[in-house]
Design a protein around this ligand. Structure first.
Ligand SMILES: Cc1cc2nc3c(=O)[nH]c(=O)nc-3n(C[C@H](O)[C@H](O)[C@H](O)COP(=O)(O)OP(=O)(O)OC[C@H]3O[C@@H](n4cnc5c(N)ncnc54)[C@H](O)[C@@H]3O)c2cc1C
Length: 595
């Protein structure tokens, strides 16, 4: 067993992890552990842009951006966090520019900006150009730029090291009012080296989780194969709550039947959604900003068109994204990659034919709860010293119940930076927490059990059944019956998972084994998402309950907090305790959400 010691260990080398590493690496002895090579992280797949109220092409300011973020999130956003993000957005973009990121430019040489859903001028008057971009490869450019700068600052990377467990201890502590509680402290993480099959312990004063999302819970998704919710799963198993897990974003324009993403930038550049009658149907649902309404509204409108029989194709099960009125030269300059996707995967020529699209699972708004300094919370009031989270794995919460396009590349830069600074600052004065006895025991037992199992269940079979049931029942539309149906199957799959075995029994590059472990995280995440969706008996943002179609501020203007708790039962689901946390308001009171 190898034990490594670092001041700061960052788990994940996507945008959030590497932005944190750039800060931490200049101040503290820092290691980044990542299951993928850094430049293969999902951030590199991001297409459309990163927003900041630079006002380079038209009037704009951070307060309008804050308002759009709060309204876009259907008022479940913590407004202090949204203010921080919108204010710091400007420097976040300029930091990247100074690091060498090749943004698209205006003729005068300024960073160019384009329209994106839900971003408006003066509190909803019209769409505004706020997204900074590098063609439709913005995330690719961000990831490359951050990686180069990590190398420059001598950040140490451990590539293809899967973190499978976090080492935590609990200490007796007292609150100001004298009541006793158990304070969680982090001691490090346990990781599995894919190349050798060896376990490595990383002891650290500060640990930052930046492991990204969990879109693979669903069948139709824009997410990479590796987005299996590991970081959320590890935290949840350690008794850390997960916030707002019922809110999953379904992006309107996935390639029909495949889920591969066509960026909202297409609509930002003028593309239009049409139904089988050729109608620009978004005019009915969002008369002011039409196709550039926030994603939850557009996705629901599309699903509704299909339900009401105005879908296209032989099964009438998708709608069309029409770019045919745009100049081919404009498409080539601004949307080269995504139009190529349409040609490659659907055989459709976007210059002349509309592209079949349907909503695809895209982004998890919920995650590990943090405050604006990226410190992880063990309950509503108590921070876990030395533990941080940023990016899609975290819930700070700037996205509330629906994230606006281009706000995630922003989130990972703003809160990634904050996480790196906080982690280094804490490590400068803190001591190491002693490692628990047999730190690797939980992980080695789990691995041995899977390798030695003679069980008959196969990972790919269980994963497919899980993804099918989630697509069918926990997607854009939900109700009690559909959630019940999903839960029955999830519970059954959890039982069958105990009987899973892997065919590859080897030590080197055993992806079979790791996919089996990842499936465990997916099952946990599916259960939490469904339980939280059961609990929220209202419709808000990305969570639409057909049996409770209205937003209910009186009862549900609060975050949900799901805890793993063997003694508890929520909505008939044993092992999950559901609590709530107040939403932080600064200047905006909830209003009806019209676009
Ligand atoms: C196709 C697509 C297009 C998008 N376009 C945009 C856009 O234009 N604008 C926008 O704002 N947002 C966009 N998004 C969303 C945005 O890209 C992501 O939310 C964001 O990049 C997530 O960054 P992250 O750093 O949190 O995680 P990721 O970039 O997903 O990185 C996660 C990291 O964690 C590591 N990891 C995970 N599990 C483990 C483990 N167990 N052990 C060790 N390491 C682990 C991985 O190796 C990886 O390095 C898009 C998303 C997708 C899928």
């Amino acid at each position: 067993m190898q034990v490594h010691k670092y001041d700061v260990v960052i788990v994940g080398a996507g945008g959030a992890g590497m932005r944190a590493a750039i800060e931490s690496g200049q101040r503290a002895h820092t290691a980044v552990l990542t299951k993928l090579y850094p430049t293969r992280s999902h951030t590199g797949a991001a297409q459309g842009g990163m927003c900041a109220a630079l006002a380079n092409v038209e009037e704009d300011n951070w307060e309008w951006h804050t308002f759009d973020t709060v309204k876009g999130g259907d008022y479940l956003v913590d407004q202090d966090a949204a203010e921080v993000m919108a204010k710091e957005a400007i420097d976040a973009v300029l930091d990247l520019e100074k690091m060498g990121l090749p943004f698209n430019r205006t003729p005068e040489g300024k960073i160019d900006q384009r329209r994106f859903g839900g971003h408006t001028r003066d509190h909803g008057k019209a769409a505004v150009r706020r997204a900074c971009y590098a063609a439709d490869r913005t995330g690719h450019m961000i990831l490359q730029t951050l990686y180069q700068n990590c190398v420059k600052h001598n950040v140490e990377f451990y590539n293809e090291y899967y973190v499978l467990d976090m080492l935590m201890v609990e200490e007796d502590a007292y609150r100001e009012d004298g009541t006793a509680y158990k304070q969680k402290r982090v001691a490090g993480v346990v990781s599995y080296d894919l190349a050798t099959g060896e376990l490595h312990i990383f002891q650290a004063k500060s640990v930052v989780f930046a492991t990204g999302g969990a879109g693979k819970v669903f069948k139709t998704t824009s997410n990479a194969h590796t987005l299996t919710g590991d970081g959320m799963g590890i935290a949840f198993r350690k008794g850390i709550p997960l916030e707002d897990m019922e809110f999953v974003q379904f992006h309107p324009t996935g390639l029909a039947g495949l889920g591969i993403l066509l960026s909202e930038a297409a609509r930002g550049e003028g593309a239009i959604l049409r139904n089988s009658e050729g109608e620009r149907f978004m005019e009915r649902y969002a008369p002011t900003i039409k196709d550039l309404a926030p994603r939850d509204i557009v996705a629901r409108s599309m699903a509704n068109e299909v339900r009401e029989g105005r879908g296209c194709g032989p099964n009438k099960d998708y709608v069309l994204l029409d770019l045919t009125h745009l100049e081919p030269a404009h498409i080539d300059a601004k949307l080269p990659d995504i139009t190529e996707f349409a040609r490659t995967y659907l055989g459709v020529e976007p210059y002349t034919e509309p592209v079949p699209v349907f909503p695809t699972a895209h982004y998890v708004m919920g995650g590990i709860p943090t405050n604006i300094d990226a410190e992880v919370l063990q309950d509503n009031d108590t921070v876990i010293p030395g533990l941080y989270a940023a990016g899609e794995v975290a819930c700070v919460s700037v996205h509330g119940s629906n994230r606006l396009g281009t706000n995630s590349l922003l989130d990972i830069n703003v809160f990634g930076k904050r996480a790196g600074l906080s982690a280094a600052k804490y490590a400068a004065t803190a001591d190491f927490v002693a490692l628990p006895e047999d730190p690797e025991k939980f992980t080695s037992t789990q691995i041995d059990a899977m390798l030695n199992s003679t069980g008959t269940e196969r990972v790919a079979v269980l994963r497919k059944e899980l993804q099918d049931i989630m697509d069918a029942n926990v997607q854009v539309f939900r109700d009690k019956d559909s959630l019940d149906r999903a839960l029955v199957v999830i519970e059954e799959l959890r039982e069958r998972y105990k009987n899973v075995s892997v065919q590859d029994k080897g030590k080197r590059f055993n992806l079979d084994l790791l996919e089996a472990i990842e499936l465990g995280f997916l099952l946990d995440m599916a259960e939490v998402m469904t339980a939280a969706a059961m609990h929220r008996k209202e419709s808000r943002g990305g969570h639409y309950r057909e049996d409770f179609p209205n937003r209910d501020d009186e009862n549900f203007m609060k975050h949900s907090m799901s805890y793993r708790d063997a003694t508890a039962t929520t909505e008939g689901i044993s092992g999950i305790r559901m609590e709530t946390k107040p939403v932080i308001f600064t200047r905006y009171q909830p209003m009806e959400r019209k676009y």
